[in-house]
Write a protein that binds this ligand. Structure first.
Ligand code: MOS
Length: 727
């Protein structure tokens, strides 16, 4: 049976509080963790199938133009080559996960350097690699002089989320304190550890694809569209995903190409992208140019707030990095101008890379706020506190729980923030300038429709099933806890099975909506099972007090007794609707950082970093903390090193591996301190939790920029702040 629960029904029961196992919010290690770290958890490419062939993608060695011919006959003469696939159904512009439509396209039409246009299939990986490298093909490349590669030159279009209220220019001209600053941020790669990979099997009737994907619930529709094959003829399996960060929200060519090859050749086909292909082909976070204008009264209260951004994407792509997403509600100011423009540029698709929008919008805004605090002559924490609005200033909507003030105050206290106006260059140890900086964090909260099946077995164990994924975020652990809490079971008696489209449709992992959405579906299913159990026990559901598989009413009855060998199985269906019609919902936080900057080399080292975060109910203290830490590590990367570098001559990505694209390593990351506020948010989801996955990287690079200024007096207007810019 299926139980529906609509977020907008006046049903405010706190479902999760009805359980009494007392494991919600506690630390629980990931149940799949041991299998992952010991190499026994099979990733997409590691499944075994008899007679598997290997496909290697061939990518365009030029930026724009046409593939005019492939000499397949010659290719088939090469050792071990079985087929060359260049079917037009192969081309899918990658990785939007429903966030925007991509144009339909011929594989021969090349729009960016590294775009796949063919798959060479051979009897071994080595033979396929060799043949792909030597595939004879011809092409006509357009004259690069006509192709905008530089965001300065591109033609732009307006985005429709723009905000205009009052008269910002007037506010800027008349306010006692103003700043008007322009910043540049570079492109980012998702750089997940597991490369994009697929193993496709076709049994003549049904296609099974093991793939590394974040959203099988959506990817199955994409694949069905691409192949013109009904969804019930497709099964996608993504049980373990070695990181996604947005790059696996949508399908990319390894999946479609493997599927087409398997169907044509009637043998299993495995396609794994090389690290270089992942970097060149999958997608990027757009670079941006952002102008922030802030006008404040004598006390630092904003009367004008402008944030304008220009981002880029390929021609016809709908997605535009939503840089202003949190700016629109974060701070007050009656004269507002928030405009996003997207320009057309021939680099790989720009898509959702972890915390799309806030990841680059918040650091820039928060760096500008630091300049305003200096201009007004007040403490930067105090400046933020004075500008927290009562209601969403752009839409007039109430907020759900709003944790920003608490995060600022508690974070400042735990960090030992010295209150008051600040001056740079106050502390030096030998050749190192030392300074501190802070920034607010915000990340919009989303929830999505989700289904999960919960089965309470006759033996008193439970099973949870959904095609939801765990991309390293803790879904397996959190769902174990939710089912255990509701059904009175220790975690070891709950089995969670994910990432298989033969299970009920989950929400997928993306946009930090995963735990709150799928958790809500599980809690709804469990609540229905509780009602049935209460019936069997002859009591009201509100008296059902279960722990460790037994009723705690003195009767010594166990779940097995109540079930009498009959399992109970319920599909929970969570339909949140669009909560943004009624509320503005966001997770909030505050970052505090201490850096040292070398006065000779301009090298910056982050010495201490603390984040205080509020995201509704904490479901698992350990996995939530890990997400915050992961985000803060990315703050350090985007502040100091991460940058996609394109060759201005032919447009290829110059740093397309983890040796050249610099993510922080252990030596770059100090002990990171995380404070989590525990405050349930009833309007946010049925489990009263908001998103936490991406929150930890939404603003922290700004705290590091502000700390660099406080240390050495250099204001930073470009991210990453490499030593050449600091000097
Ligand atoms: Mo996230 S960048 O929406 O996976």
């Amino acid at each position: 049976m299926t139980v529906h629960f609509k977020q907008d029904e006046p049903d405010t029961r706190n479902l999760l509080d009805r359980g009494s196992q007392d494991i919600i919010g506690k630390a629980l290690s990931r149940p799949e963790g041991l299998a992952k770290v010991t190499g026994t958890a099979p990733y997409a490419a590691e499944y075994h199938a008899e007679d598997t062939l290997t496909g290697v993608l061939v990518t365009a060695p030029f930026t724009k133009g046409t593939i005019t011919g492939i000499d397949k006959k010659k290719a088939l003469e090469m050792d071990g080559v079985v087929a060359v696939i260049d079917d037009m159904r192969m081309t899918v512009r990658p990785a939007q996960g429903g966030a925007g439509e991509s144009p339909e396209q011929q594989p021969s039409h090349i729009d960016y350097f590294g775009q796949p246009f063919a798959l060479v299939v051979a009897t071994s990986f080595e033979k396929a690699t060799h043949a792909a490298k030597h595939l004879p093909f011809s092409y006509e490349a357009d004259d690069l002089g006509d192709i905008p590669l530089d965001p300065e030159d591109m033609e732009t279009e307006e985005d429709d989320g723009n905000v205009r209220a009052g008269d910002l220019a007037h506010a800027m001209a008349t306010a006692p304190h103003t700043v008007d600053l322009t910043y540049v941020t570079h492109g980012h790669a998702s750089a997940a550890m597991e490369p994009h990979a697929a193993l496709a099997e076709w049994d003549g009737d049904r296609l099974t694809v093991h793939a590394s994907l974040q959203m099988p619930n959506f990817n199955i529709s994409e694949l069905s569209d691409a192949l013109d094959l009904p969804e019930d003829k497709i099964r996608i399996i993504s049980r373990y995903v070695g990181g996604g960060f947005g790059s696996k929200l949508g399908l990319s060519e390894e999946v479609t190409a493997a599927a087409l090859a398997a169907m044509e050749l009637k043998r299993p086909v495995r396609v794994v992208m090389s690290r270089q292909q992942v970097f060149q082909t999958i997608m990027r976070r757009s670079e941006s140019k952002q102008r922030v204008r802030l006008a404040a009264d004598g006390e630092g209260r904003l009367i004008g707030f402008g944030h304008e951004a220009r981002v880029s994407n390929l021609p016809d792509e709908e997605f535009a990095e939503p840089v202003l997403q949190s700016s629109v509600f974060l701070y007050g100011g009656e004269n507002r101008l928030m405009e996003l423009e997207v320009g057309r540029i021939h680099q790989m698709t720009a898509g959702s890379v972890r915390a799309p929008g806030e990841a680059i919008g918040m650091p820039v805004l928060e760096a500008a706020m630091d300049c305003l605090a200096e201009e007004v002559g007040i403490d930067p924490v105090e400046l933020r506190l004075r500008n927290i609005p009562e209601k969403d200033p752009s839409k007039g909507l109430p907020f759900t729980e709003h944790e920003l003030a608490d995060c600022l105050t508690k974070g400042a206290e735990a960090f030992g923030w010295e209150k008051g106006p600040r001056k740079p260059r106050q502390r030096r140890e030998g050749e190192w300038w030392i300074g501190t900086g802070m920034a607010s964090a915000a990340r919009v909260h989303n929830v999505s429709e989700a289904k999960a099946r919960v089965t309470l077995n006759g033996d008193g164990t439970a099973r949870v099933q959904s095609d939801m994924t765990d991309i390293g975020t803790g879904t397996y652990a959190v769902l174990t806890q939710i089912a255990g809490e509701m059904l009175g079971l220790a975690p070891e008696n709950v089995l969670v099975e994910l990432g298989d489209t033969d299970f009920p449709r989950g929400p997928g992992s993306g946009g930090s909506w995963g735990a709150a959405s799928i958790g809500s579906a599980v809690v709804i299913a469990c609540q229905s099972i509780r009602e049935k159990l209460a019936d069997k026990a002859g009591i009201g559901e509100d008296q059902l007090d279960l722990r460790d598989g037994s009723l705690r009413d003195g009767s010594n009855r166990t779940l097995q007794d109540l079930l009498d060998g009959e399992p109970l199985s319920v599909e929970g269906h969570y339909e949140p609707g669009d909560i943004s019609d009624d509320y503005t919902a966001s997770s909030f936080g505050a970052f505090f950082a201490q850096v040292r900057v070398n006065r000779h080399t301009g090298e910056t080292r982050v010495e201490r970093m603390l984040g205080a975060f509020g995201f509704g109910r904490v479901l698992n203290a350990q996995t939530a903390r890990s997400q915050c830490i992961g985000g803060m590590v990315w703050c350090i990367g985007s502040a100091l090193t991460e940058s996609l570098l394109f060759d201005p001559v032919d447009g290829h990505l110059a740093n397309c591996d983890l040796a050249e694209y610099h993510v922080p390593v252990h030596r770059d990351v100090p002990d990171l301190e995380v404070i989590m506020l525990e405050r349930n948010d009833p309007a946010a989801s049925a489990v009263q939790a908001k998103g936490v996955g991406e929150l930890g990287m939404c603003g922290g690079a700004g705290a590091i920029a502000n700390a660099i200024y406080n240390a050495c007096g250099a204001r930073m207007f470009e991210f990453p702040m490499t030593p050449d810019k600091v000097l």
